[in-house]
Structures are given as structure tokens and as C-alpha cells.
Write a protein that binds this ligand. Structure first.
Ligand SMILES: [Fe+2]
Length: 248
């Protein structure tokens, strides 16, 4: 499995409180069969603004410690970037960290309230730059929670959708649970993230079982492994619909 969203790096945001907690999260992930985790501290969200070099350094430190400890799960760098009016300008300045610093996928978090055309414009601007936006925990956004169909416009514009593992199990309430499951049944979900923070359960293994029940093995495998593998391998598909086609 590939976990595409986590707050495992210590002391950068509201994630792991110290290095030992980072290592404990990683052990849990390994025990649940997760091979790769993207570490994605908050950036540009008005409270936390982790900068690119800080994240890269912290990720490298953690990777080295994991190697020493013989942990089989690897970490790759990233960030969870709140969409604001500066996002594209910041990207152009080179200050935003794409997943694995590869320049192909950017994990973005939508504001609680948004105008659909404004978000579509940001998606198109990123796509024009060769970057596919991954919309973090779409099912927990209040507007998408109420109307999951909104995401079809964003997917049409070239974004892909991520949901949180725990949402499928009801960890964030019945509305996000329903929205997460609706998005799965609408074939709109590209990948899964734990969004692990202190005080939350790590739910990748439970979510895998749930996805298999809801959508069957083939789609579950696409969401937990095949689609995000394509991010890792940078297979050169500039059009996200190719990813979706491959997966479904
Ligand atoms: Fe997050």
C-alpha cells in the first residue's frame, strides 16, 4: 500500500510531537503493510507554513533513521498545501514542494468554502505547468461533503481525488463517511491517505478491507497501490484521465 498523506515528520506542524513518535507511526504503518508513505506537513495554511528545505531535510533524517532501524517502509517528501490566491505564483517561484520533489503532483487542500470556477482555474494553471493537483481529503471539505458530485468538474479539469482512510470507517463522522463512500462508488477516488496525526488511529489496513468490500479487489488495488505507484514511477502520463483509465 502507498499512503499519500501523513503528518509523520516531527515538530514541523501539528503532526508527530517528537522523533520517537515519528518512528512509532512508521512502525504502525509497516505493520499494516504500507510500503511507502508521503510525509506531507501543512504549508501555506495560515497556521503552519513548512518550507520546502525544512521538509526535505527532515524527511532525509527520518529516512536515514528508518534505514538504521531496518524499517521496511520508506518515506518520501511532500507537503499539504492550502489553496490561496498566491498558490500558482508561489509554485512559479519554486517554493512549493511537489510529491517526491518530482514536479509532477502537488497535494492541495481546498478552503472550507470556495467558488468552483476559481478552483478550476487553479487546477488548469497547474496542469499548464505539467503538475497534477491531488485534492486532499476531498470528502471532509464541507462543500464536497454535501455535494460530492462537485469533484467531477475538478477531475475533468485534470485534478485527482484523495480520500482519508479513516473517513471510510466513520472516524470523521457520518457525513464524511457517506461522502467518501459516494466518491468511491462514483469512481472518482484516485488514492488514499492516512492523514495520520497524534490522537488519530492509523487506518490504512482497515480502509483496505473496507474498499475491497465496497468496490472489489481491482478498484481497491488501484486506489491503494496502482494509481499512487504511477506517481512514484512518474510514468509520464501528463493527462490524469490516463491514470484513471489505467486504474479502472
Ligand atoms: Fe493533512
Amino acid at each position: 500500500m502507498i499512503d499519500t498523506h501523513s503528518h509523520i515528520l516531527a515538530e514541523l506542524d501539528d503532526g508527530a510531537r517528537d522523533f520517537s513518535e515519528s518512528l512509532a507511526f512508521m512502525e504502525t504503518a509497516a505493520s499494516q503493510g504500507v510500503e511507502t508513505i508521503f510525509v506531507t506537513p501543512h504549508a501555506c495554511d495560515g497556521v503552519f507554513n513548512c518550507i520546502k528545505d525544512q521538509i526535505l531535510d527532515a524527511c532525509l533524517n527520518l529516512a536515514m533513521a528508518l534505514k538504521e532501524n531496518g524499517c521496511k517502509t520508506r518515506v518520501l517528501p511532500g507537503a499539504e498545501i492550502r489553496v490561496n490566491h498566491d498558490l500558482v505564483a508561489e509554485y512559479d517561484k519554486g517554493s512549493l514542494l511537489t510529491l517526491n520533489n518530482a514536479g509532477t503532483h502537488l497535494l492541495i487542500e481546498l478552503p472550507a468554502m470556495f467558488m468552483t470556477p476559481a478552483i478550476s482555474r487553479v487546477i488548469r494553471q497547474l496542469k499548464d505547468r505539467g503538475v497534477t493537483p491531488i485534492i486532499a481529503h476531498a470528502e471532509r471539505n464541507p462543500m464536497i461533503m454535501t455535494t460530492p458530485g462537485i469533484v467531477t468538474e475538478f477531475v475533468y479539469q485534470g485534478a485527482v481525488i484523495q480520500i482519508t482512510a479513516g473517513s471510510l470507517l466513520g472516524d470523521f463522522g457520518k457525513f464524511s463517511k457517506k461522502a467518501a463512500r459516494d466518491l468511491v462508488s462514483m469512481d472518482q477516488v484516485f488514492c488514499l491517505g492516512s492523514d495520520i496525526h497524534p490522537g488519530r488511529k492509523y487506518r490504512m489496513a482497515d480502509a483496505k478491507k473496507c474498499l475491497i468490500k465496497l468496490a472489489g479487489r481491482s478498484k481497491a488495488f488501484a486506489i491503494i497501490n496502482e494509481n499512487p505507484s504511477a506517481i512514484l514511477e512518474d510514468l509520464g502520463f501528463s493527462d490524469t484521465k490516463l491514470f484513471m483509465k489505467k486504474a479502472y
